[in-house]
Design a protein around this ligand. Structure first.
Ligand code: DGY
Length: 328
């Protein structure tokens, strides 16, 4: 790609410092609205740019690639998850796709640990009660939650974020269990004192807390279906900061309503940003608006990765965060 002519279009509002640097380096068109760029506009701008900077809000599917023309050379996604991009279709068209791994690991793990604590110890219910002027007296039987010290945490997906969560959970006195396609290395397993379950059903039925930290996409769609959810113990809590599609939300809502599990902490949803109405208003559900990686630090670092990926591609090198390494 030619340095002078490299055109970059953003489909999403990024932090000012990131946008400013992108304007210095590239012929960058910003998207200055907090709402995502409409899909037909995304397709339109894609036809006349070298690089498209996308986010989870965009549906970059086979239809997109069939209609985006021949100019587009790269999709630099602002985010680590790429289940909204049809990687096979991109590969077929020779379009480079990059993401932003690593730089939001600690933030997401922090939020996941926070949700485990918040659900177990009823942070939101307590805070609302005080805000509503309903705190009349301390009582030994008032606002009882469940201790997490000494409890078993089952992590589904032991990648970077799963491991970062495991370190935190261990520090809180939890014992770490996990389900993954394969066991982690002996060094990591020893460090975390982690127990591996190849059989997810078995792990689910034995845990006090379950956290989903697996990637989204067709491979994990409804991995926690109604049958699997039914394996959870009635006192168990479930936390999901990964992707909503991994859980059958309708089945989960029914379980919560029937007190078949103790509580959930959700940051992601099956039809995001739409929230299943069955989940609304439940005292045992803490619902967050997909904010697990929302720190000032992570957003800046993610922007830096996007810039680095575009710049290295522009300079004829292999971008560090290629989602399709086999392409180069
Ligand atoms: C990620 O990086 O995947 C976050 O979920 C935001 O898309």
């Amino acid at each position: 790609m030619n340095t002078q002519k490299l055109k970059v279009v953003l489909t999403v509002k990024l932090p000012d410092a990131v946008e400013t640097r992108m304007r210095e380096l590239f012929n960058t068109t910003l998207w200055l609205f907090m709402t995502p760029m409409p899909p037909d506009r995304v397709l339109e701008v894609a036809r006349d740019t070298d690089v498209l900077v996308t986010s989870i809000n965009d549906r970059i599917d086979a239809d997109f690639f069939a209609n985006c023309g021949d100019r587009l050379k790269m999709i630099a996604n602002f985010g680590v998850g790429h289940d909204h991009i049809d990687i096979a279709a991109a590969t077929e068209k020779g379009i480079m796709v990059t993401n932003t791994p690593g730089v939001l690991t600690e933030d997401t793990a922090e939020m996941t640990m926070g949700l485990i604590l918040a659900v177990s110890r009823r942070f939101v219910e307590g805070a609302e009660l005080v805000q509503n002027g309903e705190f009349s007296a301390w009582s030994p039987t008032f606002m009882l939650g469940r201790r997490i010290f000494g409890k078993r945490l089952g992590i589904i997906g032991m990648g970077r974020i799963g491991q970062a969560l495991a370190r935190r959970a261990k520090a809180f006195g939890m014992s770490v269990h996990y389900h993954n396609r394969k066991p982690v290395s002996a060094r990591i397993s020893d460090e975390l004192g982690a127990t591996y379950w190849d059989d997810l059903d078995q792990m689910l039925s034995r845990m006090d807390v379950v956290s989903i930290n697996a990637p989204g996409g067709t491979g994990t769609q409804h991995m926690l279906n109604a049958d699997r959810l039914a394996r959870l113990q009635p006192h168990a809590i479930l936390v999901n900061t990964a992707r909503g599609q991994i859980v059958d939300e309708q089945a989960l809502a029914a379980m919560l309503r029937n007190n078949r599990i103790a509580g959930v902490g959700l940051d992601v949803y099956e039809r995001e940003p739409a929230i299943n109405p069955e989940l609304i208003g439940l005292p045992n559900a803490i619902l967050l608006p997909h904010m697990a990686s929302s720190t000032i630090e992570a957003r800046q670092d993610m922007g830096d990765r996007v810039i680095l990926n575009i710049k290295t591609h522009q300079d004829g090198h292999r971008p560090p965060d290629r989602v399709i390494p086999a392409m180069l």
